[in-house]
Design a protein around this ligand. Structure first.
Ligand code: ATP
Length: 274
């Protein structure tokens, strides 16, 4: 089953161990460019973590280590205790689902249902079990009615949700999202945030959209020059103007962390109701 929380909000996280462990990771691209320079990061199961940093900081490179697209030049990455290497990569790809920034990278079949079935079918799920997975994943993102439509005929926001369904259908333990809010209209942004907050999956959100990160995540990690330079409760990290400025991060003009904190304390939620 896709694990969903009973209510959207900021209830305590389940602490069932370490989901992601990155220890002393260095990565040098074949052209000699060192993109990661000693990253240590530990993410507990159920945490939602924003991975922030300026252009070229190493966020994508780090993200690609989590599902074994890249393997460290030095150091170790493990997912729920399983070291990510060539031997484990198939299982790791099932455990870690990456939702890419462009949904067209993930949707290429004639119908959305076929796209959502593609991943689990590839992992050997078939017949009724496969049909159930597809239905469950489409339901989780509110896209059941679009199952038989061509992904090319869906709106940008619908394609984004379809791409998320195609990853959820593999029932990942860890969900990595690359710029999930890009090109979404305000309602689609909010609906996606509600969907994501409702999932009980460990989540890593790579983004430059700091307010959206604050809505989705409890914790923020700033990466710069291939290293972790800040790590803490997201509203505390975003309230530290000096650290943000040092790493070329900026809140939009008018966005106020204290107001968000007060609202979230009062209402128990960070995403406005529609
Ligand atoms: N294939 C590659 N070969 C060589 N260097 C690369 C390659 N891909 C990325 N880099 C370099 O590695 C560093 C980290 O890049 P990365 O894409 O991880 O940054 P990022 O934090 O995701 O940036 P952005 O916010 O711009 O997407 C950059 O200096 C980049 O130029």
């Amino acid at each position: 089953m896709i694990r969903r929380k009973s209510t959207a909000g900021s209830e305590p996280l389940p602490s069932t161990g370490v989901a992601v462990e990155v220890s002393g990771v260095r990565y040098t691209y074949p052209d000699g460019h060192r993109a990661l320079d000693g990253v240590d990061l530990r993410i507990r199961a159920g945490e939602r973590v924003a991975l922030l940093g300026p252009n070229g900081a190493g966020k994508t490179t780090l993200m690609l280590h989590l599902n074994g697209v890249l393997t460290p030049t030095e150091g170790v990455v493990s997912i729920h205790g399983r070291i990510v290497d060539k031997k484990s990569v198939r299982e790791v790809r099932r455990q870690v689902g990456v939702v890419f920034q462009d949904p067209d990278d993930q949707l290429f079949m004639p119908t959305l249902a076929e796209d959502v079935a593609f991943g689990p079918a590839n992992f050997g799920v078939e017949g009724q079990a496969l049909a159930e997975r597809v239905d469950e994943a489409l339901a989780a993102v509110g896209m059941r009615e679009q199952a038989q439509r061509s992904p090319h005929h869906l709106s940008g926001g619908q394609r984004r949700r379809g791409a998320l369904a195609s990853v959820l259908a593999c029932r990942p333990d860890v969900l990595v999202l690359d710029e999930p809010s890009a090109n979404l209209d305000p309602v689609a942004r909010r609906e996606l945030a509600e969907t994501l907050i409702g999932l009980d999956t460990t989540m890593i959100v790579v983004t430059h959209d700091l307010p959206y990160a604050a809505q989705l995540c409890d914790r923020a990690v700033i990466v710069d020059e291939g290293r972790v330079v800040a790590d803490g409760a997201i509203l505390d990290v975003l309230a530290d103007a000096e650290t943000l400025a040092r790493h070329r991060l900026e809140l939009p003009w008018g966005f106020d962390v204290d107001t968000m904190r007060a609202l979230s304390e009062r209402t128990g939620r960070r995403v406005p109701t529609g």
